[in-house]
Design a protein around this ligand. Structure first.
Ligand code: SIN
Length: 315
């Protein structure tokens, strides 16, 4: 696909259902609000943006991420950049017997913070050390396109989920990692559970940037469809999970060191591919941007970002 020029940066769309490279920006420098608005539109359109060849301090990563909304301080309260708790370390590296970061973050399909009253808008990752084997990057981040997943749902399923909400629970993902994936993360404490009680969100909504419908359910955190018979809810959610993860909705980011990768959590689900071994080192710094730009604290939508309709990515 050909490069798209904007006043602030160039966009190189991927040939896949999601993804674009943003060229011509140095994220260590302050960006204008017009540039940030254009990046937000691009994020809605392409779902996943990568910025190659960046060199960032933790403060610079925080400043860039905070341009998109309030930053989260993770409930697990561990593996944070000293003095900057908004920056989390994702890593399988161990120094002097001490893990440098959380080793298995996001290693199954999920949407960040769907378990929270204020959901996540965008996750911003800075790849400092990336494992390679035979010249190929490992630990890719895989995504599925929830605009496309909604559009391709059978009409009778759209009918069934219209106006419905579903319950999301933080402990679903955490417990599954411990139970099924051999994770060494400790059980959640009662205090951690109390800090993140289950919440309900609409199963579909109009995406605040694209103004198109998205499916908002994910295998990681979505527990049940509210007000539905439990067996019907389970069957329908299993259908939605299988549907949304189909190959044709998928895209994988193949990491290079120095990449900053950000994605739209409202329009995608993702999975950190766990295909590397303990000696194949990965070290990433992450900021989680909450959707405070689009939603009020009670979850009701704020006004759309812009009244200028933005041409969506052709699928
Ligand atoms: C995450 O889900 O936050 C982690 C993604 C990754 O490490 O690729």
């Amino acid at each position: 696909m050909s490069t798209i020029k904007t006043p602030h940066f160039d966009i190189e769309p991927s040939p896949h259902t999601l993804g674009a490279r943003i060229l011509g920006l140095d994220l260590s420098k302050a960006l204008s609000s017009a540039c940030i608005e254009d990046l937000i539109k691009a994020l809605g359109t392409y779902g996943v943006l990568s910025y190659p060849k960046q060199t960032l301090s933790a403060q610079e990563l925080t400043r860039f991420s905070a341009c998109f909304g309030e930053l989260e301080i993770n409930v697990a309260n561990n593996y944070q950049e000293p003095g900057i708790p908004q920056v989390m370390i994702l890593s399988n590296m161990v120094e002097n017997g001490k893990p440098l970061g959380i080793a298995d973050a996001g290693q199954d399909w999920h949407t960040d913070m769907s378990y929270s009253r204020m959901v996540a808008f965008s996750n911003v990752l800075y790849g400092i050390k990336i494992p390679f084997r035979d010249g190929k990057s490992l630990g890719n981040t895989a995504f599925c396109n929830m605009h496309q997943a909604y559009a391709e749902l059978p009409e009778e399923v759209k009918e069934k989920i219209r106006g419905r909400t579903a319950t999301h629970d933080f402990s679903k993902f955490w417990d599954k990692m411990r139970r099924e994936k051999g994770s060494t993360r400790p059980p959640l404490t009662e205090a951690q559970k109390l800090a993140k009680p289950p919440v309900s969100h609409p199963l579909i909504f109009l995406h605040p940037i694209t103004q198109r419908w998205v499916l908002y359910a994910n295998p990681g955190y979505t527990m049940s469809i509210d007000g539905m018979d439990p067996s019907e809810s389970e069957a329908l959610l299993n259908f939605l999970f299988e549907h949304q993860l189909q190959e044709r909705f998928q895209y994988q980011h193949q990491w290079q060191e120095g990449d900053v990768l950000m994605w739209d959590n409202l329009g995608t689900v993702h999975n950190a591919v766990a295909d590397y071994l303990p000696h194949e080192h990965r070290f990433i710094k992450r900021c989680q941007v909450m959707a405070t730009r689009f939603f009020n604290s009670d979850g009701t939508p704020r006004l759309p970002l812009s009244d200028q309709p933005h041409e969506p990515h052709a699928h």
